[in-house]
Design a protein around this ligand. Structure first.
Ligand code: CO
Length: 460
């Protein structure tokens, strides 16, 4: 009997996609012991946005949150999403920082690290994969799924094989925009299953409405693990519903380890959390609906809304169709990068600039210049030589791995933040989000002082 395993995303991707990662630890603390008993393959609970949001909005130490989740969920693997050499952000960090981050993540409770690079450049995930394996955690190599003339089955299989040779324990297909169709999922998973030995994971979103059918096809093609969200936090820009897929796959004769009664308790718990978010405005009903525009324009939903916002702000919505036509042209010039953050924003801004200036590449952002220089990694395809020449002039593009040009960063950051950081985890928070972390440390210190003052008064 083919087994289908589930990764529950309510604490990370669903939380991020629906309510901008505003769920506090206290919002979900009471249900953690049930999440631990449901039978999930893993519980995705940490990553860039959760970490950032803890420091920026929730006044929580992200490391402490992780330790508390671990204490309450000793039997389920805790999972995080890592942007390879970018860790949790969008710039490249030196190798010592990447290794320290992975090591501390595992020490504080992470069991599975899903590692990806926005360009699918294997050199940008190799150090994180290596350290994850050294720390004894599960390394999952994630392929950013995108559609372009050069992203064919052969290219994906080659990437997966390269990841397998790094030693990854699973390969994850990461369809961040929810554009992977059932047929594409079937063909890709089938190809991966015949060419690589490690289990295949499939991650998608419901944005275009394809999500559940895509997962059905992926499992029929042999996918071992799928990402889903408990039903009250599923659908729309989030993942397909856990209970529905568990029910359906079990009925079709697949081996599903989830306990439906526990899932019901979990969902009953999250329903009022969702209703509260709806009432406060934290959850916009628009993100829960199905939006098929991405299928028409082949542009992720989030990128479309960014373009609309940009053009509206400049009172240029009449240029919308022109900008939409320019997006694939810019993408082709840049060698077909996957439209995932930050590339989606960079391509969108450049397409808008090209149209509004009436001249292509008259204005170029510093990010696009760095990209063409090779600072983000190798472009998946060939960069248009004319554009390259226009943007770089006489400057030479870099050919090696960008992180190799960086000085070690951990000790330097440690010295910089000084006594405000009380442990290495603090230093890593500071490296990842300097301003937010420092503000958090100051507030923590302030609170400690207040507590002490109160204690002294009591002694009087
Ligand atoms: Co996602």
């Amino acid at each position: 009997m083919q087994k289908v395993q589930f990764t529950e995303t309510v604490l990370r991707d669903a939380n991020q996609s629906l309510i901008a990662t505003r769920m506090k630890f206290s919002d979900f603390e009471p249900i953690l012991s049930k999440l631990d008993k449901a039978g999930f393959y893993s519980l995705e609970c940490w990553g860039g946005a959760t970490f950032d949001s803890c420091l920026r909005y929730l006044n929580e130490d992200p490391w402490e949150r992780l330790r508390k989740i671990k204490a309450a969920c000793p039997n389920t693997k805790l999972q995080m999403l890592l942007r390879g050499q970018n860790i949790l952000g969008y710039k490249h960090y030196p190798d010592d920082v990447v290794r320290a981050f992975v090591k501390k993540s595992v020490e504080n409770g992470i069991d599975v690290i899903r590692i990806f690079d926005a360009l699918n450049d294997i050199r940008n995930i190799q150090v994180a994969v290596d350290e994850t394996l050294k720390c004894g955690a599960v390394a999952s190599g994630a392929i950013c799924y995108t559609i372009s003339p050069i992203h064919d089955l052969e290219a994906y299989v080659k990437l997966a094989k390269n990841m397998e040779s790094l030693g990854v324990n699973t390969i994850a297909v990461k369809d961040m925009a929810g554009i992977m169709s059932p047929k594409q999922a079937y063909d890709l998973v089938k190809a991966l299953k015949s060419e690589v030995k490690v289990p295949v994971v499939v991650h998608t979103h419901c944005t275009t409405g394809l999500g559940p059918i895509t997962l059905q096809s992926a499992v029929e093609a042999g996918a071992d693990i799928i990402d889903t969200a408990i039903s009250s936090f599923s659908g729309g820009t989030s993942q397909p519903p856990t209970e529905t897929l568990a029910y359906s796959f079990r009925e079709q004769g697949y081996d599903v380890a989830l306990d439906m009664n526990v899932l019901k308790e979990i969902n009953d718990f999250f329903k009022p959390v969702k209703n509260e978010a709806l009432k406060s405005g934290g959850l916009n009903p628009a993100v829960m609906s199905t939006d098929t525009n991405a299928l028409v324009y082949q542009v992720p939903g989030g990128m479309l809304s960014n373009l609309v916002a940009q053009l509206t702000a400049q009172n240029k919505m009449d240029k919308f169709e022109d900008v939409l036509a320019e997006v694939p042209a810019v993408r082709e010039d840049l060698g077909f990068p996957p439209l995932v953050t930050p590339m989606s924003q960079m391509v969108g801004v450049q397409a808008t600039a090209n149209v509004l200036a009436g001249e292509r590449y008259k204005n170029v952002s510093k990010e696009i210049k760095s990209y063409i220089k090779g600072e983000y990694g190798t472009a998946p395809g060939k960069i248009n030589p004319d554009v390259k020449k226009l943007v770089l002039g006489d400057e030479e593009p870099i050919t090696g791995r960008y992180a190799d040009t960086l000085e070690p960063g951990f000790e330097k950051a440690k010295a910089e933040i000084g006594e405000k950081a009380t442990c290495d985890e603090d230093v890593l928070s500071y490296i990842s989000f300097p301003a937010q972390a420092e503000k958090f440390f100051d507030a923590r210190e302030e609170k400690k002082k207040r507590t002490v003052k109160y204690a002294i008064r009591r002694c009087d």
